[in-house]
Design a protein around this ligand. Structure first.
Ligand SMILES: [Zn+2]
Length: 104
């Protein structure tokens, strides 16, 4: 373990008229291209609602968000079904991150 990890930054966002924070990973300057591209695509998807691969960001519907709020959960998780092979998929980004972290 080298201590390499993704930094995250938060930016103001609103959902259902409530103020919140959108927490996104920063694109690491010293990472391989595949890691940088995957992280960049996740940021693009979160801020625009669509990945360059064509996948759309799916926000839980209003009823699901209200149910989550009633149960005390203040974090809304979104779902994105990227195309196979997209650098933002878990199948591509996770091993690329693991390899980058293992390098010294
Ligand atoms: Zn994608």
């Amino acid at each position: 373990m080298t201590g390499r990890s993704l930094r995250h930054t938060a930016q103001p966002a609103a959902l259902d008229g409530r103020a919140g924070l959108l927490v996104l990973p920063d694109v690491p300057d010293d990472a391989p291209d595949l890691v940088r591209e995957g992280v960049a695509r996740r940021r693009i998807t979160a801020s625009t609602g669509r990945c360059p691969c064509g996948a759309a960001l799916v926000i839980p519907n209003r009823a699901a968000r209200r149910a989550a709020a009633r149960s005390g959960r203040d974090v809304t998780h979104v779902r994105v079904e990227h195309e196979p092979g997209c650098p933002a998929t878990e199948d591509v980004l996770r091993p690329a991150l693991r390899q980058w972290r293992a390098e010294q």
